[in-house]
Design a protein around this ligand. Structure first.
Ligand code: MCA
Ligand code: AMP
Length: 504
């Protein structure tokens, strides 16, 4: 019987050459030939700690080669890996710990006290640390552990990872992704984007979301490619490394920032084969300007946490700005009305999808899962789209109330709930307004209680420890009342029209 553990797939592609570099990072190189032993020791450590197949491991750490090894070791052990955005506050992390009920939490040393207190309160058996230099109690434990040869036997439908995504109710949901969800998507992207021998990936994304963790790293692993692994996006580091790279993946903000740099030029891209963008809409003007300056047409693709990648512009055919291309092989898509019936080609509807990439449901939330699937198995993405006669898809809006800032999702309800808790606030509405750098800027419109003298500074001070920095409003406006329709629902479109242009 085959083992569907995705680690087995990666292992089958490790190159024979002992000198082949996997991650080139700021402290040196991690070689492909080291992965099996390094993850073997981590797997043994996980077992010593009592982590069994299906147990959850929450990981909120800075980006490092060791963090990638920990991810691979969790896969190998059959544990369920749960990466968390390092921007989340202790209060937000408490929710995830409570919801996921992990056996182990790996955190940054500076968060150890807070996490230990939460772990104690929520009966989590183990907390370990890992810092951005690759040190911590996790690594000490690993160095003292034997090297396991095991790769846990998994069914394709076994859950490999849970990634939290917030919802319109403001309560984050854990999307369960199986080994088959991940491997089917990785195989498709590897071939769709024509990965070649010798490709080098420039990696500047965080590794706690689908884009940086799955799309980027899985493609590189399947190709046995070298990854230039930057701790974060920084223009000087990107400019220095672009000439030695052939593939880069980024959120639109990466491309906007590159274009603002007067030194960025075509020569820097001379070895580049492919620039890929996603996680948020890429403006047509960014696509065109980038082509003029670099000579490259950015390949835009579309996806979401619940399904990995769903559509892509073609590698060989036309890459058309403001479109996200075609459904990937094996993925079925339809643009539907609110009953799930397909609308005529060219009409706007909600994009629904089905395929081996689509997740297994939300962790411990069967009713939420049921709400988002049609009876025939199609998942309702909440994105508004059109499809032309050839099947080319454009994302034209969102039916869900969501703001995307620099590629990070912010659910207005979550921010509104936090603001509404503040004494002196009667109610609030949070909207996304076009922003030159982040795509959308989180913007709050607040109605004070009568006689309240609450200020912008007080609101920001209150939010500081409540919600992650990227969710906090970039601008706040106080108004006498919010615009409402006859049903009493806040008219966010009217608010977006009112504040349009405030960031330009
Ligand atoms: C940082 N800040 C932000 C953001 N990032 N504020 C709003 N939105 C953000 N995205 C805050 C910082 O905390 C800082 O606050 C201030 O903004 C300025 O920081 P700056 O140095 O300019 O930002 P940065 O650190 O350079 O980060 C910008 C970034 C980063 C490089 C665009 O946000 C990023 O790497 N985004 C990628 C997100 C991503 O991977 N998304 C994929 C999700 P202060 O000054 O107060 O300290 S997966 C997904 O969506 C689906 C599946 C898909 O299709 O891929
Ligand atoms: P997440 O929940 O972080 O996985 O974000 C997924 C959402 O990001 C999708 O539902 C879309 O709204 C948005 N998204 C991702 N890629 C694109 C794209 N290329 N164009 C427009 N929106 C996108």
């Amino acid at each position: 019987m085959n083992n569907s553990n995705i680690y087995e797939l990666f292992r089958s592609k490790f190159p024979a050459n002992a000198e082949a570099v996997f991650l080139e990072h700021e402290r040196g190189n991690l070689f492909y030939s080291q992965i099996q032993n390094e993850t073997g020791q981590l797997t043994a450590l996980l077992k010593q700690l009592g982590v069994k197949k299906g147990d959850r491991v929450i990981v909120q750490v800075d980006k490092s080669a060791e963090a990638v090894l920990l991810y691979l070791a969790c896969l190998r052990a059959g544990a369920i890996f749960i990466p968390l955005n390092t921007g989340y506050t202790a209060k937000e992390v408490d929710y995830f710990i409570d919801n996921a009920n992990p056996h182990l939490i790996v955190c940054r040393p500076q968060d150890l006290d807070a996490i230990t207190a939460s772990a104690k309160a929520l009966n989590v058996p183990h907390v370990m640390t890992l810092d951005d230099q690759g040190s911590g109690s996790l690594i000490e434990g690993k160095n003292n552990a034997p090297c396991s040869n095991d790769i846990e036997r998994c069914e394709g439908s076994d859950v490999a990872c849970i990634l939290y995504t917030s919802g319109t109710t403001g309560r984050p949901k854990g999307a369960m992704l199986s080994h088959d969800n991940l491997s089917s998507n990785a195989n498709v992207l590897h071939s769709y984007w024509h990965w070649e021998d010798g490709d080098v990936l420039l990696h500047a994304l965080p590794i706690f979301h689908v884009h940086g963790l799955f799309v980027a790293l899985h493609c590189a692993l399947l190709n046995a490619s070298k990854v230039i692994f930057l701790a974060k996006f920084s223009l000087p580091a990107i400019k220095e490394n672009l000439p030695h790279s052939s593939v880069m993946m980024g959120v639109p903000t990466f491309y906007v920032r590159l274009l603002e740099d007067p030194e960025f030029n075509e020569n820097m891209c001379k070895n580049m084969r492919l620039f890929i963008a996603g996680s948020a809409p890429l403006l047509a003007e960014t696509f065109k300007e980038f082509e003029t300056v670099s000579g490259h047409k950015i390949l835009e693709r579309y996806g979401m946490t619940e399904a990995g990648m769903i559509t892509s512009n073609p590698y060989d055919g036309d890459r058309v700005p403001s479109t996200v291309g075609y459904a990937l092989p094996d993925v079925s898509t339809r643009v539907a009305d609110d009953t799930g019936s397909e609308v005529p080609r060219g009409d706007v509807g909600i994009l629904e999808i089905k395929g081996p990439n689509v997740f297994q449901g939300y962790w411990c939330m069967p009713e939420k899962t049921a709400e988002e699937f049609r009876k025939d198995g199609f998942f309702i993405t909440g994105d508004m789209a059109t499809m032309d006669d050839e099947g080319r898809i454009s994302i034209v809006g969102r039916a869900k109330d969501l703001v995307i800032s620099g590629g990070f999702n912010v659910y207005p309800k979550e921010v509104e709930n936090a603001i509404d808790e503040i004494e002196g606030v009667k109610e609030s509405a949070v909207i996304g307004i076009q922003h030159p750098d982040f795509g959308e800027g989180v913007t709050a419109v607040i109605v004070k209680e009568v006689k309240s003298g609450i200020t912008e500074e007080q609101v920001m001070a209150f939010l500081k420890d409540k919600i992650a920095r990227f969710k906090q409003p970039q601008k706040i406006f106080f108004v006498d009342e919010l615009p409402r329709n006859t049903m009493g629902k806040v008219q966010k479109k009217a608010l977006r029209d009112t504040y349009h242009g405030i960031y330009s």
